[in-house]
Ligand binder design. Structure first.
Ligand code: HEM
Length: 217
């Protein structure tokens, strides 16, 4: 009893601000590291290759937060704790924020703000094309992730639009898988987690379909 009261209080008062702090933490961390490197070029805060470090850090943060967004519904359904759904939108927005920073870092540090070079990269390197496609699909979701857009679009249309999270997550994982020569380690773990999260949804849908005629009978 005391347990559930505690959980209710946590859901009402602490969950949203704590999530916000957790989502801002990677940004504060990399900003601090960047500050150290810029103020002391001999600092090894970002290792021997700060540019590669930034791409890695922002890319990994974006994809992991995206996977956490997709994990919210299974966690809610398995635990039955509905309030967790209240933090899904802000987590999804954070994934877009870090993916956007990751793209900006690439355009700035690797391509000197030259959009033509970015376009050439997309044509030549499939994994860049996949990353860009994933980021572009995130835009309508980020733009509509507020209450007034849900009201304007209507819940059904909004839900249908937000189905885009599935193809864009597949594109992000494909971007991650195609950039490596041998598939192992983090890219493989990201792909396995996505397969699990999508597989869970398919299984739930199939079970729902099988149960429906049985309930009607
Ligand atoms: C225009 C869009 C994008 C561009 C130009 C881009 C570019 C890059 C580049 C250059 C790398 C480093 C590759 C290497 O180490 O050889 C990288 C890595 C990565 N990117 Fe992207 N990316 C884009 C979008 C995305 C998106 C939308 C996500 C996920 C939501 C993502 C997730 C990752 C991950 C997980 C890595 C691997 C990081 C690591 O090495 O640990 N990227 N990306």
């Amino acid at each position: 009893m005391a347990h559930s009261a505690l959980l209710r209080t946590f859901g009402k008062t602490w969950m949203k601000p704590l999530t916000l702090v957790a989502l801002i933490a990677p940004f504060a961390f990399i900003a601090w590291q960047l500050f150290q490197v810029l103020s002391d070029p001999l600092s090894d805060a970002m290792g021997t290759d700060p540019v590669a470090y930034i791409h890695q850090f922002l890319g990994d943060t974006a994809i992991r937060i995206l996977l956490i967004t997709l994990a919210i519904s299974p966690i809610r359904d398995i635990t039955g704790w509905a309030p967790i759904a209240l933090i899904r939108r802000r987590i999804g927005l954070a994934a877009f924020f870090y993916a956007g920073l990751h793209m900006i870092a690439y355009l700035w540090l690797d391509r000197g703000w030259d959009l033509g070079l970015l376009w050439e990269d997309m044509v030549v390197r499939t994994y860049i094309m996949l990353g860009m496609a994933s980021l572009v699909l995130m835009v309508p979701l980020a733009v509509t992730s507020n209450n007034s857009m849900i009201r304007r679009l209507g819940r059904r249309a909004w839900d249908r639009l937000h189905w885009l999270i599935y193809p864009l997550a597949i594109l992000a994982v494909a971007h991650n898988l195609l950039m490596v020569k041998i598939i192992y380690g983090d890219p493989l773990i990201h792909a396995a987690i996505l397969a699990l999260l999508l597989g869970w949804r398919v299984a739930r849908w199939v079970i729902g379909k099988l149960r429906a005629p049985a309930a009607a009978a």
